[in-house]
Design a protein around this ligand. Structure first.
Ligand SMILES: Nc1ncnc2c1ncn2[C@@H]1O[C@H](COP(=O)(O)OP(=O)(O)OP(=O)(O)O)[C@@H](O)[C@H]1O
Ligand SMILES: [Mg+2]
Length: 299
């Protein structure tokens, strides 16, 4: 697969704040790549560097195998935190203005309005738009140049459940049309729903990267005890078990993917066994990410 973006040891320090630390990753064509991290983990700073609006401290990145320059940036559409539109102009007029600024043709406007499903509201003033419509107009503007890559920073922030669902559906549609998408989010659930691959950021450090489908993989490992025959045969008959072995005074049990320790506990209870010792040893990736995401920001 063709590499769209290659990041090498990219670093940004704001004084003593290490916003982004030695980030290295690759985004291939067709991926929907999620940058997942809690507030202050460096997502916006990373996207800002990639768009050339934040100066890097060190490291490098290349788009389509080339060092960043203006010409290349035209192949990238971005919706960063606060898109600027004029409240008293209509959606159509705002896009015309944007097309002029970006030196792209206004001929694309009907098409992008169609994609974001705003064609029927194009002649209404921007200030009358709902938050979700404003976000969709921002995406329309980013698509004006027919970019190869679309960058979105927290695209569903502040929207209601309906607006969130619409934006997620739109992102999937744009990806299916063949665009590569890079999006920042602090929601694991969002990344799982729309992304194909992702990186997890924690205080400026990338702590994980891989395909989204791996998140749910790998069962829990649980200590159950004390060892006795009744427990042993009950465990052997539990449907959610992958393997078990003796260890000191307890069994070490690997559960199938998706089986929780509560499921095991409930099963044992139904068998008339009250295990006095039952602890999860290894956490699933999902649990680890949820813990990272719930940590308080550093600043
Ligand atoms: N212009 C700046 N000057 C000083 N510090 C900054 C600046 N921009 C960002 N930072 C700091 O860099 C760190 C990363 O911020 P960044 O905005 O990239 O995080 P984020 O992951 O996008 O967070 P959020 O989820 O809140 O949008 C934070 O500690 C932030 O305070
Ligand atoms: Mg941010």
């Amino acid at each position: 697969m063709e590499t769209v973006l290659s990041i090498n040891n990219l670093t940004k320090h704001f004084g003593r704040i290490k916003a982004v630390n030695n980030m290295t990753l690759e985004v291939k064509r067709g991926m929907v790549f999620g940058m997942l991290g809690p507030n202050g983990s460096g997502k916006t700073t990373t996207l800002g560097m990639l768009m050339g609006v934040v100066n890097k401290t060190s490291g490098s990145f290349s788009w389509f195998g080339e060092l960043p320059k203006d010409e290349i940036r035209k192949k990238i559409g971005a919706v960063l935190e606060h898109p600027i539109f004029y409240p008293y102009l209509t959606g159509q007029q705002n896009l015309e203005l944007n097309a002029m600024i970006k030196e792209s043709t206004p001929a694309n406007i009907p098409k992008v309005l169609e994609i974001v499903e705003l064609s029927d509201r194009k002649d209404d003033k921007y200030k009358t738009y709902s938050l979700g419509m404003k976000q969709r107009l921002a995406i329309a503007s980013a698509l004006l140049n027919d970019p190869i890559v679309l960058i979105l920073d927290e695209p569903t922030n502040g929207l209601d459940p309906m607006g969130i669902a619409e934006i997620r559906k739109l992102i999937k549609k744009i990806a299916e049309d063949g665009k590569t998408i890079i999006l920042a989010s602090h929601l694991l659930d969002e990344v799982q729903k729309v992304c194909s691959h992702f990186a997890v950021l924690k205080k400026g450090n990338m702590v994980y990267t891989g395909p989204v489908e791996d998140v749910g993989k790998g069962g829990l490992v649980i200590e159950v005890g004390p060892i006795d025959n009744q427990l042993h045969s009950a465990l052997k008959n539990f449907h959610g078990i992958v393997s078990m072995k003796d260890e000191n005074n307890h069994f070490l049990v690997t559960l199938q993917e998706g089986i929780k320790s509560q499921d095991l506990n409930k099963y044992l209870f139904e068998q008339g066994i009250a295990a006095s010792h039952l602890i999860a040893r290894k956490k699933t990736l999902e649990q680890q990410f949820l813990e990272i995401l719930s940590e308080a920001p550093t600043s």
